[in-house]
Design a protein around this ligand. Sequence first.
Ligand code: MD3
Ligand code: FE
Length: 217
Amino acid sequence: MTADLLENAPDVRPSQQPMAEGAVLLRGFAKSLEADLLAELSDIVAQSPFRHMVTPGGHRMSVAMTNCGSLGWVTDRSGYRYDARDPEAARPWPAMPPSFRELARQAAAQAGFGGFSPDACLVNRYQPGARMSLHQDKDEHDFGAPIVSVSLGLPAVFLFGGLKRADKPQRFRLEHGDIAVWGGPARLRFHGVAPLADGEHALMGRQRINLTFRKAR
Ligand code: MD3
Ligand code: FE
């Protein structure tokens, strides 16, 4: 291969990039685990399938969700909460696979948050057009713990706002294998995801899946 071609090749090495105080993007950090993550995901979804939940205001979410771990995030007409049971399956959420927990712990430590021990993993599935409007994550008890997110499949535009809803969001492209960690002063910032552009991902097809690890209790 010529020197020219090498210079133009995409950089596929993991790298670390600060997004803001308390927020770190670990590019490619989950890539080497993709096969394991997908196999575990298919077991989780077989037990607790993706579903479109309804907000307290009565809107059906465009993102389909499921959970693993001792607690799962749910919404219905009565509100948002963490629940030990899958209300559709009427049994506990699937256990969090040790490989999920370990990946989240290592990513948090890499970002400067040692000792992260998530009890909840919300799994979000975006198909083309699905979006998540600006919101804060504040249903957890301890805002001292960070949130770790793993992106798989089609790329998305992540909207990273401020501490007020009206603060203009910055935009970050999140790609397959990227992990983002949000803690400290970034923990309560408004954030969302722009409507997913259609495309075809070699491993995941026409979708994006995001794992968000939280310490809910
Ligand atoms: C920034 N999910 O599930 S993950 C969510 O890509 C959620 O599915 C998005 O927002 C997704 O609640 C974004 C990244 C994320 C998660 C929590 C945060 C970013 C955050 C909490 C504070 C600040
Ligand atoms: Fe969120």
